[in-house]
Design a binder for this molecule. Structure first.
Ligand code: NDP
Length: 332
């Protein structure tokens, strides 16, 4: 059995020497298990996360010396599971090897008449499902809105952008070369595509998104996110799906690292108190009651005399105030 093992943890970009090709005997399936011959192996960005053990990722690290993990489309060779027969095509997770043994429960049977069996690793599999749910659940694209998609020609981005088109949006891709951009516009039907290697992102986004940006389907983070953020609309939504711009980084990128947001499915949402004006009574009632009941404490930092306001204000921005800073302008 031909297998590819993780030999060493890459520093920066993975090298071929981080992998080892070995020959081992073809395994025998046990009770309830199935022996598969791998036809297609999926290669996906998350595998970079598996190769390292020193960072937060949505993929837990692989053991050194173990077979690299990965989705596979295979043909069943031998089955000890009642639902599978030799000759069946299956989607599984056998990893980087020519033959794999899996528990029957972990396999999904594929119908080669429905779609090419390899599609189960892409558009009808994990990447397609990523595009579908991240776009529809978090992006919530509305007809007429503008959606920007990074890594637009890729497994996830190509599906996300096309679904956004189906929902009646203006869709703008970002991709890494002209051939990809051409494909994204001419074949996939995006309205425009920006070449991130040759175009200035900010001005290209401005030109391609005259009504600014309502949804950014983020596959990359980094400089594309930075440029998009400058042009989002009120109430924009940003599904943070991938941060591929930093997967090979040896040191964390400057500024906050957003990976924990993805891993913890955390929410960052802009807030403006003015939006809650209509609920002021609710707030005043609750807080006044909690104050009277001694459940809330409050501290004031009172500066005497209007003439001292400038100095006090400068101190506020330096942390010199302790509590709510107010100026006593005259006697009460
Ligand atoms: P793709 O088929 O899109 O291939 C990766 C693409 O990323 C490359 O072709 C390249 O496209 C782009 N890319 C690579 N390096 C950089 C960089 N430094 N800056 C900007 N773009 C870069 O891969 P997938 O569709 O499988 O994955 C896309 C993203 O979705 C990844 O970030 C992946 O981790 C994420 N993902 C997340 C899942 C989740 O559950 N959260 C599930 C599946 C995928 P180009 O050069 O054209 O820009």
């Amino acid at each position: 059995n031909q297998q590819i093992l993780l030999k060493s943890r890459p520093v920066g970009e993975p090298k071929e020497s981080d992998f080892a090709l070995v020959e081992t005997p073809i395994p025998e399936p046990g009770e309830g298990e199935v022996l598969n011959r791998t036809i297609y192996l999926s290669l996906d960005p998350y595998m970079r996360g598996r190769m390292s053990d020193d960072r937060e990722s949505y993929a837990s690290p692989a053991e050194l010396g173990s077979v690299m993990v990965g989705g596979t489309v295979s043909q069943v060779v031998k089955s000890n599971h009642p639902q599978f027969w030799a000759g069946d095509f299956v989607l599984g997770y056998d990893g980087w090897q020519a033959y794999g043994v899996s528990k029957g429960e972990t396999l999904r049977k594929l119908d080669p008449n429905q779609a090419p069996i390899s599609y189960a690793l892409g558009i009808t599999g994990m990447p397609g499902m990523t595009a579908y749910f991240a776009l529809l659940d978090i992006g919530q694209p509305q007809a007429g809105e503008t959606v920007v998609v990074s890594a637009a020609s890729g497994a996830v981005g190509s599906v996300a952008g096309q679904i956004a088109k189906l929902k009646g949006c203006r869709v703008v891709g970002v991709a890494g070369n002209e051939a990809k951009c051409d494909y994204v516009v001419k074949e996939l039907g995006f309205d425009a595509c920006i070449n991130r290697k040759t175009q200035d992102l900010s001005s290209a986004l401005k030109a391609a998104c005259p009504n600014r940006i309502d949804v950014y389907f983020d596959n990359t983070a980094g400089s594309i996110l930075e440029a998009v953020l400058q042009q989002i609309n009120l109430g924009a939504r940003i599904p943070l799906v991938g941060l591929i711009s930093q997967y090979n980084a040896e040191t964390p990128p400057p500024g906050p690292n957003l990976m924990p947001l993805l891993v913890k499915r955390a929410l960052i949402k802009g807030f403006l108190v003015g939006d809650y004006q209509h609920r002021q009574a609710e707030f005043v009632n609750d807080v006044s009651k909690w104050l009277q009941e001694g459940k809330l404490k409050y501290k004031e930092d009172v500066v005497d005399g209007l003439e001292n306001a400038p100095h006090a204000f400068i101190g506020l921005l330096q942390g010199r105030n302790f509590g709510k800073l107010i100026v006593k302008v005259s006697d009460d």
